[in-house]
Design a protein around this ligand. Structure first.
Ligand code: ADP
Ligand code: MG
Length: 347
């Protein structure tokens, strides 16, 4: 083989860098929805409306009544590593917002046609910015009530190889609804509505009291779950666990109705999974799965949320303590209500 000289090191252009980053956070419409909803929640929205066409592949828009973005910040929000949420390492250790990476908007904008329309409460008017495949096309003053609308059209129009990995509109819609259910369970005071082709598919009214929260849980996991679940609230050593724990007698063949939140974030984590499985071990057959909606709150500095681009995984400083708290709390509650043989099962 002939020896050639070294290849030169070059900087990726911004759009290509964003498209590469998009590979991590923008897998499909559902992952875009998660990022946009998190932004709306970080902006303290109390009402969020999602509009879809073609399962979110043709159009996905999220409209909120949150704080809005200042017109002069709008172009910056589309730049990589630009965020209003953290400015120091200390901020990151005590993070209270869902976002902090400043990556979602530029990543999404690099693989779709995006339009952001936003107005802050104090500004007389808002601004609209259009970005196609990472290129800013137009920026102009525009009218809007306070809040933000981010519209994402023609997902992956400029990266056909990625488009091929998308499924049917129906399959993408299923994933979108799953993301919405997770976020709705973590944000009871916020009203959500999901429409496809202007037809309302899902609506969760704001739930500000216990009864309304139960109603939201029932609308997501079913009335049967609520009738067969215990509400619990336990705390120990700065950690607290609350939520609805399905009775072992009310179980499923699949573990798809299990919702677990750490400091308000939906997460999957092997430590948590193990603790839950172990707690139910004696009262459930191997191939059956419990249903639950559980919220674990621990001091922000005890958990690192910056380990996964889509923030779906976390790392605990003391995972043993978390595991044991969860396991002992759940096992005691399950044992106290004394179901030792599965009786009722749902498919
Ligand atoms: P991050 O959420 O990690 O900060 P994003 O790329 O998702 O990064 O968003 C960039 C910035 O744009 C945010 O920090 C925020 O200031 C602003 N922003 C995005 N969406 C909204 C929204 N719906 N309402 C208000 N501000 C928003
Ligand atoms: Mg974000």
């Amino acid at each position: 083989k002939p020896v050639t000289g070294p290849s030169r090191v070059r900087r990726l252009d911004a759009t290509l860098a964003n498209q590469i980053a998009a590979g991590e956070v923008v897998e499909r419409p559902a992952s875009i929805l998660k990022e946009l909803l998190e932004n709306s929640l970080d902006a303290q929205a109390s009402r969020i409306t999602i509009q879809l066409q073609g399962g979110g592949m043709d159009l996905l828009s999220v409209e909120d009544n949150g704080t809005g973005i200042l017109p002069e910040d709008l172009p910056l929000a589309l730049e990589r590593h630009a965020t209003s949420k953290v400015s120091s390492w200390e901020d990151l250790q005590a993070i209270q917002t869902m976002g902090f990476r400043g990556e979602a908007l530029p990543a999404i904008a690099s693989v779709a046609r995006m339009e952001i329309l936003s107005r802050t409460h104090d500004a007389g008017q808002g601004a609209r910015l259009q970005v196609h495949g990472g290129e800013v096309l137009a920026s102009e003053p525009a009218a809007r009530a306070p809040g933000t609308t981010v519209q994402v059209a023609d997902l992956f129009y400029n990266v056909p190889a990625r488009r091929k990995f998308l499924r049917s509109a129906a399959a993408e819609l299923t994933r979108i609804q799953k993301v919405l259910r997770q976020i709705a369970l973590a944000n009871f005071p916020v009203a959500f509505q999901l429409l496809q082709n202007r037809r309302s598919l899902v609506q969760y009214p704001a739930a500000t009291d216990a009864e309304a929260r139960s109603a939201r849980v029932a609308s997501i996991l079913g009335e049967g779950f609520l009738a067969n679940a215990l509400y619990l609230e336990q705390s120990d050593q700065g950690m607290s666990l609350r939520g609805w724990l399905g009775l072992p007698t009310y179980n499923r063949a699949r573990g798809d109705e299990q919702y677990f939140f750490v400091n308000g974030r939906p997460v999957r984590d092997p430590v948590l999974t193990h603790a839950l499985r172990a707690a139910y071990q004696d009262v459930l057959f191997q191939d059956r799965h419990p249903l639950f909606v559980l919220y674990l709150d621990i001091p922000a500095e005890q958990v690192d949320v910056n380990v996964h681009p889509a923030k779906a995984e976390v790392r605990f400083r003391d995972s043993r303590a978390v595991h044991d708290f969860l396991f002992h709390t759940l096992r005691r509650i399950i044992a106290e209500q004394g179901g030792d043989k599965p009786q009722i099962s749902v498919p």
